[in-house]
Design a protein around this ligand. Structure first.
Ligand code: HEC
Ligand code: HEC
Ligand code: HEC
Ligand code: HEC
Ligand code: HEC
Length: 172
């Protein structure tokens, strides 16, 4: 009885499992569709058609296993805070610069970047002009200077490097 049940399960189980390439392809397409849906704005100017502005090269090339190991609990080849340094080795050097941005110093690249695709440039999670405000709501010491430049439509990263710098405040 029990033996029969097990065999049936194994037998039924195997053919119902799609080949990995198919699962990946489906995920890949769904992921892109989800990203596009998220980027849909629909403000007064009417619905804006979102488009993918940046793809992560290894994702586009479907080299999923360069980052993923789905046999582990975390599903990644390395903990999230170490993963990016595996390929972006220059960042190992940047984090030794005299001035390193808080989230970069602790490997929290995902605070600003998405891993697969984005409707914004550079795999950014948000529009470049909004990104810094996600964390920086505090009163600027140089408040009047900042207010003046920001009303002139500048982005924070026009003056500040988002990652690191040789001088205070990662000024460019
Ligand atoms: C550059 C590294 C990288 C590549 C290449 C990559 N991923 Fe990911 N993926 C990630 C990271 C990082 C996360 C987020 C993990 C977390 O937050 O714990 C993630 C999340 C996921 C998730 C979890 C759910 C979700 O949608 O966020 C799935 C499933 C996934 N990836 C599938 C894939 C597939 C399929 C491919 C290949 C087409 C792929 N990934 C390529 C880094 C990568
Ligand atoms: C398996 C190798 C690999 C890993 C791991 C990896 N990257 Fe990349 N990444 C690349 C390659 C290759 C490029 C393209 C570089 C080029 O074209 O010069 C790239 C480009 C980028 C870009 C620029 C994209 C653009 O459109 O300008 C960003 C941002 C980025 N990666 C962030 C990350 C973050 C964040 C992580 C960790 C979650 C990560 N990468 C992990 C290989 C990797
Ligand atoms: C505070 C937000 C933030 C964090 C955290 C962050 N980045 Fe970025 N990153 C940016 C912004 C903004 C850009 C776009 C810069 C531009 O267009 O001038 C960028 C651009 C990039 C690029 C494209 C090439 C370049 O250097 O301009 C790569 C690669 C990259 N980041 C990798 C990383 C990695 C790896 C980490 C983690 C060690 C990381 N980033 C952490 C905001 C961030
Ligand atoms: C995920 C949260 C986060 C985001 C997003 C973020 N920052 Fe930061 N930033 C921090 C943290 C944390 C510190 C360290 C604060 C400290 O040392 O007191 C910091 C410090 C700084 C400093 C140095 C302040 C000082 O007094 O030394 C500057 C300049 C700065 N950020 C600019 C930016 C810019 C420009 C952006 C957008 C490209 C940005 N930040 C996006 C979290 C963030
Ligand atoms: C026109 C160039 C420029 C732009 C744009 C700019 N900054 Fe600054 N920022 C500076 C300069 C210069 C300093 C140093 C002021 C000083 O030494 O008193 C500074 C200082 C800072 C500091 C640390 C000291 C302080 O005054 O609080 C933070 C944090 C900071 N900027 C964040 C931002 C953020 C976030 C944005 C976008 C909303 C931004 N900056 C846009 C030039 C700029």
């Amino acid at each position: 009885m029990t033996r029969h049940k097990v065999l049936t399960t194994i037998f039924d189980g195997v053919p119902s499992c799609a080949p990995p390439e198919e699962i990946l392809e489906e995920y890949y397409q769904n992921r892109i569709a989800a990203e596009l849906a998220k980027g849909q704005t629909g403000d007064e100017g009417g619905p804006e058609v979102a488009r993918i502005a940046s793809y992560h090269k290894p994702f586009k090339e479907k080299k999923c296993k360069d980052c993923h190991d789905f046999t582990t609990d975390i599903g990644l080849i390395r903990p999230l805070r170490e993963l990016c340094f595996v390929c972006h080795r220059d960042f190992l050097r940047y984090i030794k610069e005299p001035f390193v941005h808080g989230p970069v110093a602790v490997g929290d690249c995902s605070a600003c970047h998405l891993p697969h695709t984005s409707v914004h440039s550079s795999l950014l999670e948000m529009e470049k002009s909004e990104l810094c405000g996600k964390c920086h709501q505090e009163q600027r010491l140089a408040a009047s200077m900042h207010e003046r430049v920001m009303t002139h439509g500048m982005a924070c990263s026009d003056c500040h490097d988002p990652h690191y710098g040789k001088v205070h405040y990662f000024l460019k």
